[in-house]
Design a protein around this ligand. Sequence first.
Ligand code: FAD
Length: 485
Amino acid sequence: MEFDCDVLIAGGGPTGVTLAILLARRGVRVIVAEKEAGIYPLPRAAHIDHEGMRILQEAGAADAVFATSRRTPRYDFLNARGQVLLRFDRTDRMAAGGWPGANMIHQPSVEAALRTSLASCDTAALHPSWTIERFSQDTAGVTAQLSTPEGPREIRARYLVGADGARSPVREAAGIAFDDLAFEEPWLVVDVLVDDASRLPSANLQICDPARPTTCVLMGEGRHRWEFMIKPGETAEKVSDDAFIETLLAPWDVADAVRIERKAVYTFRARIASQWRKGRVLLAGDAAHQTPPFAGQGMCSGLRDAANLAWKLASVIGGDAGDDLLDSYQPERAPNLRATIDMAVMMGRMVCTTSRWGAFVRDTKFRLARALGKLPDGPADYPPISTGAILTGSPGAGSYFPQPLCPRGRRLDDALGLGHWLIAREDLDTPRFSAFAPTLAAWLDLHQAEAVLVRPDRYVFGTGSPGDLAARWDAALVGGELQQA
Ligand SMILES: Cc1cc2nc3c(=O)[nH]c(=O)nc-3n(C[C@H](O)[C@H](O)[C@H](O)COP(=O)(O)OP(=O)(O)OC[C@H]3O[C@@H](n4cnc5c(N)ncnc54)[C@H](O)[C@@H]3O)c2cc1C
C-alpha cells in the first residue's frame, strides 16, 4: 500500500509544527492534522529559554519571535514581606544556545511564527479542522482514520507522532499510562494588555505569600501576566469573574495601566508517560510529559523532543539509520525531563505553601541557605544526555554544544547548516570554521580533544580523532551499536 506521507503528526501545537518543519527541512514528507480551526487562544507559555530559541532558529521562526519578546535580568521568589528567598540572576544574558537565557513571549505569536515558517516548506502541510479519530499499526506503517471538513479520510504513514497535547488521544489509544509525579494545584491565569508599562514590575516575580500565592511575569511586547493560586472553596467560575480579578489585582495598583485580555483556570500537574514509543507510534511534547509552569519549561521541553526526534526520524526514513535509532529517544530525553520537572515542582512547592507556619519554616530555610550562598543564582542548567546515541566515555559526550556568535554577529548554526558537524582542530582555520575558531578551539581545549562530532540536535556525539569519530558515527546510525570510547 502506498504511503500518503512519511510522518503523520497529530496536533499542530508548538511541538507538532516545529517537528514538521525540522523534518521537512530534511526532505521528509509530513502531514500535520490539527483538530482546531485556529491557534489555541488561551494563556499558556510566557517564557522560552535559549535552547528553545535555537530550535526556533532552525525552524525559521526565531527572528520573528525575538522581535516581539522581552527580557529581564531577574526571576525573584519573594516572601509575603517582599524579602528575597531565591533569585535567578542574569537571565537576560546571552546563554549557551546563542540566545538570551530567558525570553518572555506570547505563545500564540510563537505558534503563528511557526505556522508561517511551515507554510514555506515544500514537503509538509498543516490541515486545520482535521481530527485523528483512530489508527492501527503494522510492521510497515500506521493507518489513521480522520474526520475532516470534507468528510472522513484515511491516511497511511510510515510513522505517527502524537503531539496532541496533555489529553493526547494518541497516547490513550496506544494504551500508554502516565507516571504521576504527585503535583496538582489549581491556578487562575490572567493575561493583560499594557497601557502604562512604567507602573508594572520590571522583574519576574513569584510572591510566596501563604494568603494568596501569586505569579507576576513579563510576556511579549505589550502584555503582562498574573497567576493566582485558587483557594479551597473558590470555584473556577468565581475566580474567572472580571470583578473578582480586579480585587486580586488591587494590591498591584495597576487599575488604569492594564486591561484584562484573556483568562483561564488550569490544574498544574507533573506527569511523564511511561513509554514514548510503541512500534511506529511516538509521543512528543505535552502528550509525553507535563510540568507545572514555574520553571517555564513545558513548551521548551516539547521543542527539545522535536529536535531530538527530527534527525532520527529523517535518518531512519532516508535509509541512513536503522529503526532502532528511535529507541534512543526516550532514554535520552526522559532524564532531562525529570530534571526540569523536579526543578518546577521544587519551585511550585515553594510557592504553593498556604500554611503560615509552613511559610515561616520555608522562609527561614531559604533565607539561611541564601545567606550561606547555597542556592542556585544564574539560569538553571539541566543534565546532559547520559545514554543513547552518544559515544559514552569520550570527554564531553552528551553535553550541549554551545552556539557562539562570530564578531560580526553571525550564529554558528546559520554558518554550518543542518546535519551533524565534524569539527577538527586541524580545520579551524578553513573558511567554514575560521570566524568561530577562538570559541571552537576553547571548547576543544577544555575537553582536551582533537575533534568533536556534534549531532544534528546540537548535542555532542563524542570526541576523539576525526577519522575514528566519523566511523563510529556511521556505525552508530546503521547498527545502533555504540562501543565505549
Ligand atoms: C498557564 C501555563 C503557563 C505555561 N507557561 C509556560 C512557559 O512559560 N514556558 C513553556 O515552555 N511552557 C509553558 N507552558 C506549557 C506550554 O504551553 C505547553 O507545554 C505547550 O503548549 C505544549 O505544546 P504541544 O504542542 O506539545 O501541545 P499543545 O499546545 O497542547 O498542542 C496539541 C494540539 O493537538 C491538537 N489535537 C488534540 N487531539 C487531536 C486529534 N485527535 N487530532 C488532531 N489534533 C489534535 C490540539 O487541538 C492542540 O492544538 C505553560 C502552560 C500553561 C497552561
